[in-house]
Design a protein around this ligand. Structure first.
Ligand SMILES: *[C@@H]1O[C@H](CO)[C@@H](O)[C@H](O)[C@H]1NC(C)=O
Ligand SMILES: *[C@@H]1O[C@H](CO)[C@@H](O)[C@H](O)[C@H]1NC(C)=O
Ligand SMILES: *[C@@H]1O[C@H](CO)[C@@H](O)[C@H](O)[C@H]1NC(C)=O
Ligand SMILES: *[C@@H]1O[C@H](CO)[C@@H](O)[C@H](O)[C@H]1NC(C)=O
Length: 372
């Protein structure tokens, strides 16, 4: 009896040991755009820029109680990952007087996979006044290395072998840039190979720097977000998915990007044996939320496609000239029963749902973040 108890105890011990050791990342480094930015854009813009909507209430209303530079009512996917791994919420890489030993977030709102010049020379809508593409963010990362890890035992490669890297979501702004210039979904789709190859080149660079675990995020269904549903509205019912009410052509664009990305990641795994490259599915969870909102506690009437915060009223509550954060614009009473926060970005509740799926399943492939 006693012996059996001991066995059981040993088993339990081993089990909890293996569980904790897999979660033993010492830091997180993250790259991306406004879905991941924890404050960089506000810092880069500086105090002289005309006041940014995201620095106003009700941004941050649900979790922080005040705006933090995150473009949501609360925490983002990267915040939920940090919490689950027992690490502090990632400081933006441009934060003053902060230690980056447990990680830094280079993601910046407006960030693109492709360089800013690509959009300039092709006459696409240039969304950001700054150079904040993935290549720029990787350069900032390189600039941080000397102070971060150059002097540590094992050097930077040793340091980064225990870090979790998160790349993306990236691509949304690249495609938005083409769409807003009037290119249409077809032209946006023609850019996917370049976008995906840039994301993979960035991931490969991180692996060469010593990364052993990288999560690469796909993009969300671009046809399900309130802003796009207003900006690219169609008078033909045929242009909408019957089960979700999302725009078909934009969701096809997202799916094509994600499919190419997954194929490219398979190749990347082949080239980098021993490195864990995890695909974070950002599409499926949101498509499911849009198709069966009530199953997930989302307001079935309008919470799946209608922005919580906005001044547009109507079915999607989105209007560029009276957007969330502007004077007199209000938020819904209960953001946790909405998917969309401000027309483009998501509520904390939606981000939480995606993060849980990456950490414990079912939205991460080939393995979840919390396992070996
Ligand atoms: C950073 O630290 C320096 C020196 O201690 C101080 O002068 C400065 O005000 C701090 N900056 C911020 C943004 O806290
Ligand atoms: C962009 O616009 C300029 C000025 O109208 C034109 O000269 C140039 O050919 C365009 N470039 C492309 C790639 O379409
Ligand atoms: C962005 O980078 C390009 C190419 O290096 C450069 O020509 C341009 O001046 C930069 N723009 C800004 C706003 O820094
Ligand atoms: C959008 O907001 C502007 C400014 O508040 C307002 O004048 C306009 O009527 C709104 N448009 C719609 C479609 O609600």
């Amino acid at each position: 009896m006693r012996h059996k108890d001991l066995c059981l105890q040993t088993l339990l011990l081993l089990w909890s040991f293996s569980c904790s050791i897999e979660l033993d990342y010492t830091s997180i480094f993250s790259f991306g755009d406004s879905y991941t930015d924890t404050g960089n854009f506000v810092i880069i813009s500086g105090p002289t820029t005309p006041e940014l909507a995201m620095t106003k209430p009700p941004y941050g209303m649900t979790f922080f109680g005040h705006p933090t530079g995150r473009i949501s009512d609360g925490r983002l996917i990267i915040d939920f990952i940090a919490e689950a791994l027992g690490l502090p919420l990632l400081p933006p890489s441009f934060a003053a007087n902060r230690s980056f030993e447990q990680g830094a977030n280079f993601a910046t709102a407006g960030g693109t996979a492709l360089d800013r010049t690509f959009f300039v020379v092709n006459n696409y809508t240039v969304l950001s006044p700054f150079n904040i593409s993935l290549r720029d963010q990787l350069r900032w990362f390189d600039g941080m290395k000397p102070s971060l890890c150059a002097g540590t035992p094992g050097g930077c490669r040793g340091f980064f072998s225990k870090s979790l890297f998160v790349v993306g979501e990236l691509g949304w702004n690249d495609y938005a840039s083409v769409l807003l210039a009037g290119g249409g979904a077809g032209e946006a789709r023609s850019v996917t190979p370049q976008v995906v190859s840039m994301i993979c080149a960035g991931t490969q660079k991180l692996i060469e720097d010593g990364a052993r675990t990288v999560v690469v995020s796909g993009i969300s269904p671009m046809g399900c977000t309130s802003g796009n549903l207003v900006l690219f509205a169609s008078s033909s019912e045929e242009d909408y998915e019957p089960d979700t009410g999302c725009l078909k052509s934009l969701n096809l664009l997202s799916m094509e990007h994600n499919q190419l990305l997954r194929e490219a990641l398979t190749q990347l795994r082949g080239r980098n044996p021993g490195v864990r490259i995890i695909y974070g599915d950002f599409y499926t969870p949101l498509a499911e939320l849009a198709a069966t909102p009530r199953r997930f506690g989302i307001d079935g009437e309008d919470g799946a496609l209608r922005a919580c915060c906005g001044g547009g009223g109507g079915r999607y509550n989105f209007n560029l000239s009276s957007a969330c954060g502007m004077e007199g614009v209000t938020a819904c009473d209960d953001p946790s029963s909405y998917v969309n926060w401000d027309g483009v970005h998501l509520t904390e509740a939606a981000y939480h749902h995606v993060a849980d799926g990456w950490l414990w399943g079912p939205y991460a492939q080939p393995t979840v973040l919390s396992s070996a």
